[in-house]
Design a protein around this ligand. Sequence first.
Ligand SMILES: [Zn+2]
Length: 282
Amino acid sequence: MNKKTNSLFYKQMLTGKTVFMSFLIAAIFSSCSKNNEEITSEAQTNAFNADNVKKGQLNGQEITYERKNGMNFFQGDIVLTDKQLSEGNEVNKGGASYSRWPNGKIYYTIAGNMGSINVNKINSAISEYNNKTNTQWIYRTNQANYVEFIFGSSSGSDGWAHIGYQGGKQTISLDQYISVGSVIHEMGHTVGLYHEHTRKDRDQYVKILWNNIQNGQSYNFNIYNSGTDIGPFNINSVMMYWPTSYSKNGLPTITRADNSNFTYTRTGFTTGDINTINAMYP
Ligand SMILES: [Zn+2]
């Protein structure tokens, strides 16, 4: 059942075409568009099990997360460390300033089995960060604190990432058919961004259609009150969910607040995304 429901989610992810800013890069990626259409979706993680849904504290707020594969998944693709959760009842720990990368410098490595197509996507996404934001992604030599891009699945189009700066080694996981936009999205979590639809002010802009959400997944749509909303809500943010994310019936799980549908492509940064990251890393 989970495979079926997840496939809907993946299809939505694939609607985000990997249109990119530069013709050069677009040319490189035209070669993988065929593969995108041939995707066979496979759940990257264990089937949903209500027993795995846990309550915890994050930055002083009670949150719901799913424990699977030995990791704590929050809002679907954000991985919280046990340390973050254990410190979560202390408001001053694990908070916004704590989770920033020092001087905006993010050191990274790429797992040897990543494959050249994904390496190209990573390099394109890194160029976007390095050219447009105050964060600088730098290939690691011997730094103690860094993020490793790992290869998640050869058949999926999904990803996940730790949120913010952890200290030591942390991870971004990318499946084979993930889009460049979603690589930028996962890197956004590494920088410290949560999802746009969980902003405190989101109800002014979007409506959550709870009845269309898969059983047990509603918590992924909860407002995250401990976050800091920077700049105006932007429905086109690279950190937004798709209109039918976690849909159990193909109908929207998110519409605009006036009940109208929106289209979402996740091609890359909006100006608002860049401004937000630069406010976090002045
Ligand atoms: Zn995400």
